[in-house]
Design a protein around this ligand. Structure first.
Ligand SMILES: C[S@@+](CC[C@H](N)C(=O)[O-])C[C@H]1O[C@@H](n2cnc3c(N)ncnc32)[C@H](O)[C@@H]1O
Length: 289
């Protein structure tokens, strides 16, 4: 029987928790420390340009936080016609919209555990009062960086796939388990999570829960994902005298597990960019015809 899991949004949605998460990023994230990982977010611009040529396009940045990764990509592309930044933390989404260049910028609070609302499509492709599109629909680039580790990945990819139209693209990242075995690979990166700044962020989130949790301690470990036993999941668990709660989890798939999700979503791979150390990958995919 899996332990109850705190919804991932509870770790990010308040402004103070968003700030603590950012501090963790700046002090512990390999993305900040390793230029090879930053490069993964610039590289797809060439394949996107090849795919669409000079056509105008729009961007839907899902779970974008403050948009740092999207900014690396968009610096290499012409500004989109419409940029919609969407996150459970609307303050972070607003920062992303401020940071990124676009002709029209919007931001929204969103819940990525639910189907993507039809209102997103209306914001991206406005229609007149009699339902006629105001402008020709541009192809859409959806970005989804750093979210797949936190939410059940295949259901999330399926929800995004349902939103894609022919000729749209999805660019997403996954935090990988280096090597071919998810569990031993996850062990190699455990210290990226089990450290004082991450503990302090997660303990702050636990401290804000109502009703309060009974006294306990935070323990990190690697466990099989309850929905996919072969998938390694790094978890931070709150261990109380009578109850255990999974406060945080980060899935660490191998690249072949990610490719199986793409096929199951169902989508098709356009290009993929892998970290030389095998800790992160970025996939460019499209709806399967
Ligand atoms: C690990 S952070 C990644 C942020 C950023 N994209 C990056 O890669 O640096 C996960 C992001 O997903 C957002 N998030 C978590 N759960 C969410 C949910 N249920 N709906 C929408 N956004 C969510 C968080 O607010 C946060 O910005």
């Amino acid at each position: 029987m899996p332990h109850p899991h705190l919804p991932a949004a509870c770790l990010y949605s308040r402004p103070s928790l968003g700030r603590l998460w950012k501090k963790v990023q700046l002090t512990c994230s390999p993305f900040v420390q390793r230029p090879e990982l930053q490069r993964l977010y610039r590289l797809p611009s060439s394949a996107i340009r090849r795919h669409w040529g000079r056509r105008p396009y729009s961007v839907l940045a899902l779970g974008c936080a403050d948009g740092v990764k999207e900014s690396l990509l968009l610096e290499k592309l012409p500004p989109p016609a419409v940029l919609l930044a969407a996150d459970t933390n609307p303050g972070l989404a607003r920062l992303a919209a401020t940071r990124l260049a676009a002709r029209t910028k919007l931001w929204r609070k969103i819940d990525l555990t639910r189907p993507l609302p039809a209102s997103l499509a209306r914001d991206l492709h406005p229609v007149s009062s009699n339902g006629i599109p105001i402008a020709r629909r541009h192809p859409l680039l959806i970005t989804l960086f750093g979210v797949l580790p936190n939410l059940p990945p295949l259901p999330l990819l399926k929800r995004v796939a349902r939103f894609l139209r022919p000729n749209d693209l999805l660019l997403f990242s996954a935090n990988l388990a280096p090597g071919t075995c998810g569990f031993s690979g996850a062990l190699r990166v455990l210290s990226q999570y089990d450290n004082p700044p991450t503990r302090s962020w997660l303990e702050s989130a636990v401290g804000r829960l109502r009703p309060r949790l009974p006294k306990g301690r935070m323990q990190f470990g690697i466990f099989p994902d309850p929905r996919q036993k072969s998938l390694a999941r790094i978890e931070a668990r709150w261990i109380g005298a009578k109850k255990t709660l999974t406060v945080f989890s980060s899935r660490r798939p191998t690249s072949s597990q990610v490719e199986a999700w793409i096929r199951a979503a169902p989508m098709q791979k356009v290009a993929c960019y892998l970290d030389p150390l095998g800790e992160e990958g970025v996939w460019l995919v499209a709806r399967r015809a």
